[in-house]
Design a protein around this ligand. Sequence first.
Ligand SMILES: C[S@@+](CC[C@H](N)C(=O)[O-])C[C@H]1O[C@@H](n2cnc3c(N)ncnc32)[C@H](O)[C@@H]1O
Length: 280
Amino acid sequence: MADGDGAGAAATGKLAELPSGAEKGLPRRAKASSGRTLNTAQIPLVASHPDVYEPCDDSFALVDALLSDKAQLLTLQPRLCMEVGSGSGYVITSLAIMLRQLGSGAQYLATDINQHAAETTQATLEAHGVHADVIVTDIVSGLDKRLAGMVDVAVVNPPYVPTPVEEVGCKGIASSWAGGLNGRQVIDRILPAVREMLSERGWLYMVALEDNDPSDICHLMSEMGYASRVVLKRCTEEESLYVLKFWRDPHAVSSASPKSSGSESWFSQLPFKSLWHKNS
Ligand SMILES: C[S@@+](CC[C@H](N)C(=O)[O-])C[C@H]1O[C@@H](n2cnc3c(N)ncnc32)[C@H](O)[C@@H]1O
């Protein structure tokens, strides 16, 4: 897919076992109800907990982005895939099912700071016959020494909603979405931590909101040597969601344009060739 083709277009790649989620018009984050069956990916909600984030538009967008990139993922042949903040396990389970269908023998790792989320992730994985090591930790704390530079695919749907700073990391379901100032408080900790985990050929897929200033996120990553592109953009009644993809590119630092300021849309701020590559 050409770079610009991904931006603004709904993902079309689908597997028979994994039809697109968001197209089914399922409830949005605020309307999520417990006990509902996830027809979206034929992944029944086998476990739930009031403090665990139920898959919603952002989760579906992330899975749809992965589906749209499946040809590239097949080429990559990832050995280790990781999700940070796995919640119900919907995303890591969908990724594992998709890669299994592609004949991949990848291994999987999921983290969440919430014990109940880890248990729900485990139940979802088991119900679908796939395996991941599920670890309760803050982002990737404690894993970095053992797994630094080993992750080929990382996926993150972070807490990104702009909220008062004190809501970030609080107990309960709010910690699933509370992102502090500009929704960036957790994102800005995740990016350098995950970057340390990525292999030389590793890719990161991350959900972001317009309010998070995706242009600035791409620019920060370019300073760390990563190129980027929008795999998927989806506008819901409540938010404009992006799924960003990052990959290591030695030219990213030198050729990144300076970050512009002002109130333009972030698309208009992205003439950066290095941030907008065709081949990853
Ligand atoms: C928006 S939810 C996404 C859940 C799931 N990945 C999905 O897409 O449906 C964010 C998840 O990140 C977890 N989380 C929040 N802060 C975290 C942190 N510092 N380290 C690890 N996980 C965290 C939350 O518990 C929650 O499960």
